[in-house]
Design a protein around this ligand. Structure first.
Ligand SMILES: Nc1ncnc2c1ncn2[C@@H]1O[C@H](COP(=O)(O)OP(=O)(O)OP(=O)(O)O)[C@@H](O)[C@H]1O
Ligand SMILES: [Mg+2]
Length: 275
């Protein structure tokens, strides 16, 4: 377990969280704490509960039991939209980009939480230029595609548009569900390195201003990529945390245990009485 001073506000903290889809227990008694500045990879076999866990942390799913806090705030009491968008942002597996719109308009959608609906809709209809969006597009290396329709970009370029949109949203906690699953190995490496850099480098709006460091939690299917790019690895299996340790301490044996055991997907709850 990575040490974090107990007095420091956690980027996110979960205590005894369960999540059920009907009879299926997808998360069972999950507790974890991630500090600002940490980068965490969620690994584990298909069906282990990674996406469900990310969605619970993002406030998209209400846990069936237990408590979730982001930056010391209980998600249960937060209104979706403006408040939540400043705290936590998620890059979903389906990137939710508008393929018919240009890169700059998709990136500006990251302001939705902060601008409110009217101004954001106006920005989609009229060519409002924002320095923040332009900077984000430059940081992901797509400056020359700023006016290109997203539908004309490659998969890797679309991933970078989604990243730029997250930068504009500027949440304290960045979540990413399989951000590199659709990419070839070289591109996957590049994108994870970019994600790490963008998350750790958080300049203030004015020179000399320092922002609280962001934290990153991303699910990653390939353990070798997780070990190479993240400080800490949380392995899920059957809806529970199988191990949680610094990437440097993860052994082949740890990975074998997570990926080769029979019990992969969570099972429905056993019928009450009896063995
Ligand atoms: N909408 C749903 N209804 C019922 N069960 C679901 C639903 N979504 C997921 N599950 C079940 O919950 C468990 C966890 O699913 P989840 O999608 O979180 O796994 P995952 O680790 O993200 O898997 P993958 O690596 O394949 O993306 C699985 O057993 C899955 O079948
Ligand atoms: Mg998943």
């Amino acid at each position: 377990m990575t040490d974090t001073p107990s007095s420091e506000i956690a980027a996110c903290s979960l205590v005894d969280v369960d999540y059920r889809y009907g009879d299926t227990i997808a998360l069972r008694c999950v507790s974890l704490r991630v500090a600002p500045g940490e980068s965490v990879a969620l690994i584990g076999p298909s069906g282990a509960g990674k996406t469900t866990l990310l969605r619970v942390i993002a406030g998209l799913f209400q846990p069936s039991a237990g408590a979730v806090e982001v930056m010391g705030r209980s998600l249960a009491g937060l209104r979706p939209g403006r408040e939540l968008a400043g705290l936590v942002g998620m890059m979903q597996q389906q990137l939710d980009l508008v393929l018919q719109l240009a890169v700059k308009h998709n990136v500006q959608a990251g302001y939705l939480g902060r601008w409110g609906t009217l101004r954001s809709l106006a920005a989609l209809a009229f060519p409002i230029e924002s320095t923040g969006a332009r900077n984000a597009i430059r940081r992901v290396g797509l400056e020359d595609r700023i006016a290109t329709r997203v539908g004309r970009l490659s998969g890797g370029e679309q991933q970078r548009v989604a990243l730029a949109r997250l930068l504009v949203q500027d949440p304290d906690l960045v979540l990413a569900d399989e951000p590199v699953s659709a990419l070839d190995p070289a591109l996957a490496d590049d994108l994870l390195a970019l994600l790490r850099d963008l998350v750790s480098d958080r300049p203030g709006e004015r020179p000399g201003e320092s922002m609280a460091p962001r934290a990153l939690i991303a699910s990653v299917h390939q353990p070798e990529l997780a070990l190479r790019h993240f400080d800490r690895i949380i392995a899920m299996r059957s809806g529970q945390i199988a191990f949680d340790k610094p990437a440097d301490d993860v052994t082949e044996k740890d990975l074998d245990l997570v990926y080769s055991l029979v019990a992969r997907a969570p099972t429905p709850e056993p019928a009450a009485a009896g063995q």
